[in-house]
Each structure stands twice: as structure tokens, then as C-alpha cells.
Design a binder for this molecule. Structure first.
Ligand code: ASP
Ligand code: MG
Length: 411
């Protein structure tokens, strides 16, 4: 018998948020079965279930054991897989649900942020050979000691991609409540465009810079195993956005996404003697305390004194300031200021690698609108500016307008 084509589909929490939505998903799966596909489905927990489980644990303790937390959170997916199997049975489709442990999704033992090490395909293949739709609980696995682990919030995307990889299919569909990946947040900007294609690199950069549509590790995995991730809506049949190798893209924009991020704060330490070891001491200490530092700039002023500004997550600000205060005397610095109301506005695009003048154009549109740039950082495919928080929306709009509305910058 000719091998049927396998498709892996993942349905997010909102797509299976009610029994009616589960029935809709079942109908969509039936469509694929009728067209001759072998379907492997990964589902998240229904709606806000995972958040509710977290809240429940908080009613009992502020310090839950990490093992028990994963045991608790993994239950959400068990509800949705079984209900989806029943919904398929109701419309005459043979289907079977499996938890992570039942198909041997083996992870490391890092509770709440475990990494998948291997998945056995035996049981899945047997079920597919028996013409069953296979439904797998996303987000969960087991460690070497058979403890239940979870992959980090939003981790079902990664479960789906890992399954596509071990099953040897390049096609993985991620069904969600948006139509795909847009050039900017459609709630902020009017004339956004749905991208037909985007590269792994841009997707990872967008996630890092605040526009997280997918679990980052799922994109890294897709890149490693050359999987085409189709992000699309479970509410319609429109094609969404395919995340793919940049070499395979038909159309590349100089900038394909503009984002803003408001969850960081800026710290500036002034008048630090400009000598070797200062930055090493400061950032070494922050690192020891697991404080994630994003942007850093150092500027030299008069009399061999420098000032260093950097950004940290707002929820780490108090701790970071405390650590810096403890260092002021040792470093010989004069003052420390903080600013919480900042936005990091970024433009991302693989086309930047081969275009020039992009940074200049971005700075220019910002200045034309009276927006002051407080810090700048660049990567191969991204440019980020720290600006005053009150201009976040305007900055995204004007950069988007310059590069992605009217005459687009294509390369
Ligand atoms: N249910 C889990 C969460 O909410 C996993 C997922 O949605 O992918 O984080
Ligand atoms: Mg989710």
C-alpha cells in the first residue's frame, strides 16, 4: 500500500476553547482524512485552562514544588485530547489520544522548561497504519525517571514540530486565532499586511523583540529539521504565513516586521572611571543573579569618565538597582538613574543584510516625528531603538508606513 502523506497539525488553546470549537476542529481534521492524509494532531489545553491551573496552585502555596506544578499543568492537555478524540468518533472518524508519556516524549528533567530529547514513533505509526487519527497532548513529556515534565508556556508548538521532525514530514500546521504573521500588530497599525512567507531567522528575531506568535524553540527546531511551519487561522480556510528557510522565500522585504516592547526599563550609571574591568564586574554580577540584560550602550564623557546605560526586564528592575547601588563605591561611579516608561521599537527583515541606508531611514522617520532615540542596538537582521514609552505606537506606525505601505522596499 502506498504510504499516505503525514500532516502534523497543532491547535492552540483558543482553537479548542469550547466544545463547539472542538467540534469545528474535528470537522477540519475530517477534511484532511477524507483527502487521504494521515493526520497527527497536537492540542493545547482549552482556552485559559493553564492559567487557571496556575492560579489554583497559588491558592495553596506561593512556592509550589516544580515537579507537582508540571504534574498539575499537564492535566489541561489531557482534557482536550480526549474530548477531541470523542468529537472525531462522533463524526465517524477513528481517532486515539495519547499523553506525552504514552508515546515516550522523553525530556530532560528541567521542570517547567524541559527540552525534548527523543520521541518514539512506534505507537504513533501503528495507530496511523490502523487508519486512526493520532491526537497527542502538547506541552508535556517525561524525564528519565518518568516524572511528568512541561516544555514552558506555549510549548505545544514545539511538541508539534518535534513530532513532524521524528515522523519525517516537512509540513506542520499551527492553527491559531489569528490569520498568520503580520507586518505589525493589526490592533495598532491600520494597513498591516499578512506575510505569505517569513524566514526562521526573522521569526526568532520578532519573538525576541516582542511579537511572539510561536514558541521560540519551535522555530529553532523547524530551522534545524527544515520544517515548513504554516501559521494559520482555525476559523477560516485562508492560507496563513509559512515560516521557512530564507533561501526558499519567493518575496523578501527589506523590513518584514515592526514591533514594540514595553516590558523593559532602562538603568544608567554615570561617571564611572573609564578603565578595564568595569563592565565585566557590573554585568558579571547581574548575570550571577540571573538578571537578563538586553541593550547596553557605553559613552565616554569628560575626564575619562564613562556612563553605561542598559535595559532589564521591568520585573527585575528593583533587584538590578539594588545590585548596582551595592557597586557604586567600588566602581567609583557618581549616580544611577532609572527610567521605566520606555519602549523598544524594532524593525526586522532579512533584506537588511543586503541593503544599505536602512538604519538612516528609520532614524530619519523617527526624527521627523519628533521622537528622540535614547539607545540603539542592531543585529544582522534587526534594528532596535529605545524611545520614550508614550511614542511607542506612533513610532511603529511611522516606520511601518515608510517601509511597508505604498511603495514597499522589496529586495
Ligand atoms: N497549555 C500550555 C500553555 O498555555 C501550552 C500551550 O498552550 O502551548 O502554555
Ligand atoms: Mg497556548
Amino acid at each position: 500500500m502506498a504510504q499516505k502523506k503525514i500532516v502534523v497539525q497543532k491547535y492552540g488553546g483558543t482553537s479548542v476553547g469550547t466544545s463547539e470549537k472542538i467540534q469545528n476542529v474535528a470537522g477540519r481534521i475530517k477534511g484532511y482524512v477524507d483527502r487521504g492524509y494521515s493526520v497527527v494532531v497536537v492540542v493545547s489545553a482549552m482556552g485559559k485552562t493553564t492559567d487557571q491551573l496556575v492560579a489554583l496552585s497559588r491558592e495553596i502555596t506561593a512556592n509550589p514544588s516544580s515537579r507537582e506544578m508540571d504534574m498539575l499543568l499537564s492535566t489541561g492537555e489531557q482534557v482536550s485530547i480526549s474530548l477531541l478524540a470523542m468529537a472525531l468518533h462522533e463524526i465517524g472518524i477513528d481517532a486515539i489520544s495519547y499523553t506525552g508519556s504514552q508515546i515516550r516524549v522523553i525530556t530532560d528533567g528541567n521542570f517547567s522548561n524541559a527540552k525534548i530529547e527523543s520521541i518514539s514513533t512506534d505507537r504513533i505509526k501503528q495507530s496511523l497504519d490502523g487508519n486512526k487519527v493520532v491526537i497527542v497532548a502538547g506541552f508535556q513529556g517525561i524525564d528519565a525517571d518518568e516524572n511528568i515534565t512541561t516544555l514552558g508556556r506555549g510549548g505545544s508548538d514545539t511538541s508539534a514540530v518535534a513530532l513532524a521532525a521524528v515522523l519525517g514530514t516537512r509540513d506542520c500546521e499551527i492553527y491559531t486565532d489569528v490569520d498568520g504573521v503580520f507586518t505589525a500588530d493589526p490592533r495598532l497599525v491600520q494597513n498591516t499586511m499578512k506575510l505569505k512567507e517569513i524566514s526562521y531567522e526573522e521569526m526568532l528575531e520578532l519573538a525576541r523583540l516582542g511579537a511572539g506568535v510561536l514558541h521560540s524553540r519551535s522555530v529553532e527546531f523547524s530551522k534545524k529539521y527544515n520544517i515548513r511551519l504554516h501559521v494559520r487561522s482555525s476559523y477560516n480556510n485562508e492560507p496563513g504565513t509559512i515560516v521557512m528557510p530564507k533561501e526558499e522565500m519567493m518575496e523578501k522585504f527589506v523590513i518584514s516586521g515592526v514591533t514594540s516592547k514595553m516590558d523593559e526599563a532602562k538603568i544608567t550609571i554615570r561617571d564611572i572611571p573609564d578603565r578595564p574591568g568595569v563592565a565585566a564586574r557590573l554585568f558579571g554580577l547581574l548575570g550571577e543573579h540571573k538578571i537578563y540584560v538586553n541593550m547596553i550602550i557605553q559613552s565616554t564623557g569628560r575626564d575619562n569618565k564613562a556612563s553605561i546605560s542598559f535595559t532589564v526586564m521591568k520585573n527585575n528592575l528593583a533587584k538590578a538597582v539594588e545590585l548596582c547601588n551595592g557597586l557604586m563605591e567600588e566602581l567609583g561611579a557618581s549616580a544611577i538613574d532609572t527610567k521605566e516608561d520606555i519602549a523598544i521599537v524594532s524593525a526586522v527583515g532579512v533584506g537588511m543584510i543586503s541593503s544599505y541606508g536602512v538604519a538612516g531611514k528609520i532614524f530619519n522617520v523617527l526624527s521627523e516625528h519628533g521622537i528622540n532615540i535614547e539607545m540603539i542596538s542592531t543585529s544582522e537582521i534587526g534594528i532596535s531603538c529605545v524611545i520614550d514609552g508614550m511614542y511607542a505606537e506612533l513610532a511603529v506606525k511611522v516606520i511601518h508606513k515608510e517601509f511597508l505601505e505604498g511603495d514597499k522596499y522589496v529586495c
